[in-house]
Design a protein around this ligand. Structure first.
Ligand SMILES: [Zn+2]
Length: 771
């Protein structure tokens, strides 16, 4: 145990290491492991990139006169050359071993998931601290050096809630019980009382009463429709349904439209199997009528009282609750999430015009009208903000040749309820990756670069654990992080989904070509992912959906996010439990095993390959595609996009050039590689590949959203889930369209220039030459 500020670590000494620094025998033995001419221990001690040939020279000089030593050294060199020439390349074989069925263990994945989800474990709870201890001890049992880093962050919890529907007399009023029901035989009935009462984290406390207006999904465009219908939401309590945008934006948009309160329900059409004779959990995968989607409203990332800096455990600067509210990232009006049953009960009392067809519910649902009223909703919510200790768990496998280069794999642990899908399918998968890496280590594998396994806390509140850690380690990550590989909910069903920064597209495609589809053994995941199109759909990482946000959008670290299944009906409700996963998500846990294969294989290639498997030509192609879309959007607005297109051309040339340079080094290596003459060249080229993504970030960040530094990918202003290319240009266009002044359009031009400069900066980094 090693006590540090807010952290403690468990180290394990089981890694096979060569302890005799001077022994060339030892070095030749290492050929078997790494096909490397470097001594691992000296590499661990020196973070700079030097060979240990010189380091060991001094002591070998002393032994030169010994004839036995001469024999030894000749034998050693001969042995080394033998292995170099005739042994199969160990790393690729370790990689295929990693994805082979002999190493995967779905029984232990199932066991991890069962254990992690025995009790509800919201951030800040004792149960979640127990889950952290489980992750820590499991990583340690795999001989992975592990530790916990804690932060004190502002989280909110519900104190009291009430919702009453007052109908015109003589109809009686209804007070909703706001409870999710347990079912017959529910094995979690004994701990159901530990599930947090349904609420919105960071909702405003208060009591409001007003006529109800139905606002569909609560998007900006939905309010435009209401406006066209002549319906004002001023002074009303809106009824919105979940499903299209981030809930924080549903409440934000309601506030912006003048509403005084908001209730957000789960429509049967979207989550209940479409109504009719559809059945629900535990008989089918659908959300039961009393199921409620809990969640956070936070539209900023991390602890809102420490924007841009870490909530370190010892004294740290903190904004007051009033300052946080003035920032606008929290709920500005009282709100509550409610069930399908309660939503429908309210809907039946709304009068006024009939809503559009695409605003209606399932076929057997009542006709949806928009109101306002005549029924009145009386909503009361009291929450409390508590400074709470959260725990990120880390496992570190130190790289032997480049320990100062980090490949990070991350998943969060905290859950609104039991979290069998979100997020612990990911946690169980992370532990499976760890177990397989342990098995590889037993067979002699050592990563070239350092692998960091991260298990975040308080993601559900606002990506808080990862954001605080990234803010604390910003400079280290900016100079040393190769990539961040996120998995949130690893499995909610069949079908592979991926998002990435584009230089990692090719690597994802290659990895999925190597892994068998868990739902169709006759083809690879790649084949089913592509389907009938030419190329798979890869999403981008501009949104705030999970822990990749701080890495990509704040620091500019290349990243991926993968999962099996696209969403699931019991999301963030108390029915997201192990039984749901066993029955509907992944009965055999073979999708989990496949997720571990892809996740780990991508990590292994990034950690082990001499040249980073990045392809910036894909990035150039994506930039060009986005620029063309932009051209279509603002043609005839007098905006000059030539600087942007020119910068992309320059970037494309730089991407081609660095690919060429890489090939050149590879071809010219030959025998030189034995003596590592090319090491510095390789390292320098890799550094350019690593740093090019950083060049897309800008110190000042997006206008009015300075935490978001990335100028290529950022969240949509009115939907934190949505990812946007050129978010700064997009913000400026939106403003210009509403203001329609010359000045506002010149701001669009300014944003185009900013993006163009960032793209040119990235090309300069790829070129690696001073101007
Ligand atoms: Zn999650």
């Amino acid at each position: 145990m090693d006590q540090r500020d807010g952290t403690y670590s468990v180290s394990s000494g089981n890694q096979k290491q060569c302890n005799d620094l001077e022994s060339l025998w030892c070095v030749s033995e290492l050929f078997l492991l790494n096909r490397s001419f470097q001594n691992p221990q000296s590499r661990l001690e020196q973070s700079s990139f030097t060979t240990n040939i010189q380091a060991s020279k001094k002591s070998t000089d002393n032994q030169k006169s010994n004839p036995m030593f001469k024999v030894s050294i000749c034998t050693a060199i001969a042995t080394s050359l033998f292995f170099l020439l005739f042994s199969s390349p160990p790393k690729p074989s370790h990689h295929s071993l990693y994805i082979s069925s002999s190493l995967s263990d779905n029984a232990s994945i199932s066991h991890h998931l069962y254990t992690l989800t025995r009790r509800p474990h919201i951030a800040g709870s004792k149960a979640n601290a127990d889950a952290a201890a489980y992750v820590l001890s499991t990583l340690s049992s795999y001989a992975i050096k592990s530790h916990i880093v804690s932060y004190d962050v502002a989280l909110t919890y519900p104190v009291s809630r009430s919702l009453t529907l007052i109908r015109p007399s003589p109809e009686p009023s209804t007070t909703f019980d706001l409870r999710q029901e347990i079912y017959d035989g529910d094995p979690y009935a004994d701990v159901a009382s530990e599930v947090v009462p349904t609420f919105h984290a960071y909702a405003k406390s208060g009591t409001v009463a007003g006529p109800v207006v139905y606002v569909n999904y609560g998007r900006v465009e939905d309010y435009e429709v209401l406006k066209e219908m002549g319906v004002s939401v001023e002074g009303t309590v809106v009824l919105a349904r979940y499903g299209k945008i981030f809930r924080g934006d549903i409440v934000q948009n309601a506030f912006a439209a003048g509403a005084i309160g908001a209730v957000v329900y789960t429509d049967r059409k979207d989550y209940g199997g479409g109504g009719g004779d559809a059945r629900w959990f535990p008989d089918d995968k659908w959300m039961p009528p009393s199921g409620v989607q809990v969640g956070s409203l936070l539209t900023v990332d991390g602890d809102p009282t420490t924007p841009g800096w870490a909530s370190t455990r010892d004294e740290c600067e903190r904004l007051s609750e009033e300052e946080v509210e003035n920032g606008g990232g929290v709920g500005m009006i009282p709100s509550l999430p409610i069930s399908a049953a309660d939503g429908e009960a309210i809907m039946r009392t709304i009068g006024g015009q009939v809503a559009n067809d695409d605003w209606q519910g399932s076929t057997d649902a009542p006709v949806y009208r928009v109101g306002p009223g005549p029924a009145i909703l009386n909503l009361s919510y009291t929450g409390e903000q508590k400074i709470t200790t959260i725990q990120n768990v880390f496992g570190v496998i130190e790289g032997t040749e480049e320990p100062d280069r980090f490949v990070l794999l991350g998943n969060h642990r905290d859950a609104w309820t039991f979290g069998a899908v979100d997020p612990n399918s990911g946690t169980a998968t992370l532990l499976e990756v760890a177990q397989r890496l342990r098995k590889l280590q037993k067979r002699g594998w050592r990563p070239r670069r350092t692998i960091v396994l991260c298990n975040w806390d308080a993601e559900e509140y606002g990506l808080t654990g990862s954001t605080e850690w990234v803010e604390e380690n910003r400079e280290m990550l900016a100079s040393k992080a190769i990539a961040y590989l996120n998995v949130d909910s690893a499995v909610s069903g069949a079908g592979f989904y991926a998002s990435a920064t584009p230089q990692l597209d090719e690597l994802l495609k290659q990895a999925t070509q190597q892994v068998q589809d868990p739902d169709n053994s006759s083809q690879s995941i790649y084949e089913s992912w592509v389907g009938s199109s030419n190329s798979p759909i890869i999403g981008r990482l501009g949104g705030g959906g999970s822990d990749f946000a701080a890495f990509v959008q704040h620091v500019g670290v290349p990243a991926t996010d993968i999962s099996f299944g696209a969403g699931y009906p019991v999301y963030h409700s108390m029915y997201d439990d192990f039984i749901w996963m066993k029955k509907f998500g992944d009965p055999m846990f073979h999708r989990h095993a496949a997720a571990a294969s892809i996740w780990g294989l991508v990590a292994l290639r990034l950690a082990d390959e001499e040249f980073l498997p990045f392809d910036y030509l894909s990035y150039a192609y994506e930039l060009q595609k986005s620029a063309k879309e932009l051209e279509g959007e603002i043609s005839n607005k007098g905006i000059n996009l030539i600087p942007l297109f020119k910068s992309i051309e320059k970037f494309k040339r730089a991407a081609t050039k660095i690919n060429h340079q890489r090939k050149e080094i590879e071809e010219n290596k030959g025998w030189a590689s034995i003596w590592k003459k090319e090491h510095l060249k390789v390292r320098e080229l890799n550094d350019r590949l690593m740093m090019a993504e950083r060049a897309f970030t800008d110190r000042d960040g997006l206008l009015g959203r300075p935490w978001y530094k990335h100028l290529i990918y950022g969240p949509l202003k009115h939907d934190d889930y949505g990812s946007k290319s050129f978010p700064g240009i997009d913000d400026a266009i939106e403003k210009a369209k509403s203001q329609s002044t010359e000045k506002s359009w010149s701001l669009v031009q300014h944003e185009v220039w900013r993006v163009s400069r960032a793209v040119i900066d990235a090309s300069l980094v790829l070129n690696g030459e001073l101007t």
